[in-house]
Design a binder for this molecule. Structure first.
Ligand code: SF4
Length: 107
């Protein structure tokens, strides 16, 4: 059956494709699964990350008291003091709650 110059099967295909395209950005924004992201970020992993925030005392962007644990990107401990950070640069690792990096965002 044709409808407005497009066959019904083509219309269904286009509709399904639009749905898949609309669903992709939501999947991309999903928070990391801690079970899939248990690699621990090493010193210098990204954005001058340090395992202990006190090591960043001389960094021009560091402010007293900042650490992963009080950053808006932090999602809490899942493995000892380590947990997910939802900043795109840290999606594949977990970070230490006492760590810090230069994109720290006060929570
Ligand atoms: Fe830590 Fe925040 Fe940097 Fe993530 S963005 S590594 S939680 S300071």
């Amino acid at each position: 059956m044709r409808f407005g110059g497009i066959s019904m099967s083509r219309r269904r295909l286009l509709k399904a494709g639009a749905g898949a395209t609309a669903a992709f950005p939501l999947a991309a924004l999903a928070e990391p699964n801690p079970e899939e992201a248990l690699d621990h970020a090493e010193e210098g992993y990204a954005h001058n990350y340090v395992l202990d925030a006190s090591k960043a005392a001389d960094h021009p962007l560091y402010h007293e008291g900042q650490k992963c644990r009080n950053c808006a990107y932090w999602r809490g401990e899942v493995h000892g003091e380590w947990g997910p950070c939802v900043h795109p640069a840290f999606r594949d690792v977990i970070v230490n709650g006492n760590g810090w990096c230069e994109v720290h965002l006060p929570a």
